[in-house]
Design a protein around this ligand. Structure first.
Ligand code: A3P
Length: 330
C-alpha cells in the first residue's frame, strides 16, 4: 500500500533526506520539492521523469490540481480525440474502462520501463497506453516542475482547476477513503489548517493554479495552454466541449453538431453515467485504488455542507489575495 507508508525504502529516504517535511494526508509525510508538497513515491517519479521524459510535439497533457475533475476531463478528452476510432458511444471504451485506465498518469503509470524511461525497472504495466497517437497523458505536476521537453515541445496542455473550497472537501473525503482500515480518520479541521498553509499533496493550491495561469497569459503560450475550471464545464458544458475540441485540434464538424455528437459525448462522460457503470462501481485502477473513489457527488458548492462560516471566511481571503488578485475567479 503506497499511500500510508511507515517505512520508506532506503532509495526514497536518500531522496527526501534534506527536504522540508510535514505530516501527510494519506501518506505519512509530505516533502517539499521546488516549492510543492509530494508523497515520496510521486517525488521519485518526478525526479526520474525530469531526467528522462521526452514529450512529442503532438502530445496532449491534461494537467490538474488533484480533485478538480481530472477523471471527467480524461473522459472528455479521450472521447473527443478518439471519436473517429470509437464513433459508437453505446459501445465505447469508457463503458468498460475507468477514464484513468484510458488516459494514464505520468507519475503513476509511466513509473515503469518503456521507451521514455530507459532507466526504470521493467513493469511495463501500461506502456501500450502510451503508444496511441496523439498520446493523451495526464499529470498533477506544477508547471515549474514539468520535464523541460514538455515546456519546450509544441505539445498542448489543458489545465483544470476548481474552487479550492470544493477541492478541500473532495480531497478530505478521498483521503479518508484511502486511510480507511489503515489509520485513523483525518479530521476536517486538520485538513483545513494544512490546506490553508499550502501543505496538501501538490499544494500550495494557489501556486499550482498561478503557475499555469501565468504561463498561459504569455502570448507565446496561448495556443499551448488552455485554462479550464470545473465550474465552467458544469455551467456551460457544450461550449467548453466545443472549445476544448478546437484547442486539441479535433473540432466538431457542422454535420457532427447537427447529429448531436457533442450531446452524446457529454452524456457518456457525465457523472451519472460514469459513476453507475459496473467498471466504476466495482473495478480497480492500475495503481491499486478502487475506481469508485473517483466519483463522490460531482457537484459545485458541496463545501457549503461542511465548512463553518469562519473557515469559509479564511479560505475566501486566501483565494481573494492569492488568486482573484491575479485574475483567477471562482
Ligand atoms: P467531489 O468529491 O466533489 O464529488 P479528480 O477526478 O480530479 O480526482 O476529482 C474528483 C472530483 O470530480 C470528485 O468531486 C468527483 O465526484 C468529481 N467527478 C468525477 N467524475 C465526474 C464527472 N464525470 N462529472 C463531474 N464530476 C466528476
Amino acid at each position: 500500500q503506497k499511500f500510508v507508508q511507515d517505512e520508506l525504502p532506503q532509495e526514497l529516504r536518500d531522496l527526501v533526506s534534506n527536504l522540508p517535511m510535514e505530516n501527510g494526508w494519506a501518506e505519512k509525510h509530505l516533502y517539499q520539492y521546488q516549492g510543492f508538497w509530494y508523497n515520496p513515491f510521486i517525488l521519485q517519479a518526478l525526479v526520474t521523469l525530469q531526467k528522462h521524459f521526452h514529450a512529442n510535439d503532438n502530445d496532449i497533457f491534461l494537467v490538474s490540481i488533484p480533485k478538480s475533475g481530472t477523471t471527467w476531463l480524461k473522459a472528455l478528452a479521450f472521447s473527443i480525440v478518439n471519436r473517429s476510432k470509437y464513433p459508437n458511444f453505446q459501445n465505447h471504451p469508457l463503458i468498460n474502462n475507468n477514464p484513468h485506465a484510458l488516459v494514464p498518469f505520468l507519475e503513476f503509470d509511466l513509473n515503469s520501463s518503456n521507451e521514455f524511461l530507459p532507466n526504470f525497472n521493467s513493469l511495463s504495466r501500461s506502456s501500450s497506453l502510451f503508444s496511441s497517437s496523439p498520446r493523451i497523458i495526464s499529470t498533477h505536476f506544477p508547471y515549474v516542475s514539468l520535464p523541460n521537453s514538455v515546456k519546450e515541445s509544441s505539445c498542448k496542455i489543458v489545465y483544470l482547476c476548481r474552487d479550492p473550497k470544493d477541492i478541500l472537501i473532495s480531497r478530505w473525503h478521498f483521503t479518508n477513503k484511502l486511510r480507511k482500515g489503515i489509520t485513523d480518520n483525518f479530521s476536517l479541521e486538520d485538513a483545513f489548517e494544512m490546506f490553508c498553509k499550502g501543505v496538501s499533496p501538490g499544494g500550495p493550491f494557489w501556486d499550482h493554479m498561478l503557475g499555469y495561469w501565468n504561463e498561459g497569459m504569455k502570448s507565446s503560450n496561448n495556443k499551448k495552454i488552455m485554462f479550464l475550471k470545473y465550474e465552467e464545464i458544469k455551467m456551460n458544458p457544450l461550449l467548453v466541449l466545443k472549445e476544448l475540441a478546437e484547442f486539441l485540434g479535433f473540432p466538431f464538424s457542422r454535420e457532427e453538431e447537427a447529429v448531436g455528437v457533442m450531446d452524446d459525448i457529454l452524456k457518456l462522460c457525465s457523472f451519472d453515467n460514469l459513476s453507475n457503470l459496473e467498471v466504476n462501481t466495482n473495478g480497480k485502477t492500475s495503481f491499486g485504488v478502487e475506481n469508485n473513489i473517483f466519483f463522490r457527488r460531482g457537484q459545485v458548492g458541496d463545501w457549503k455542507n461542511y465548512l463553518t462560516t469562519e473557515m469559509v471566511e479564511k479560505l475566501n481571503n486566501i483565494i481573494a489575495n492569492k488568486l482573484t488578485e491575479h485574475g483567477i475567479q471562482f
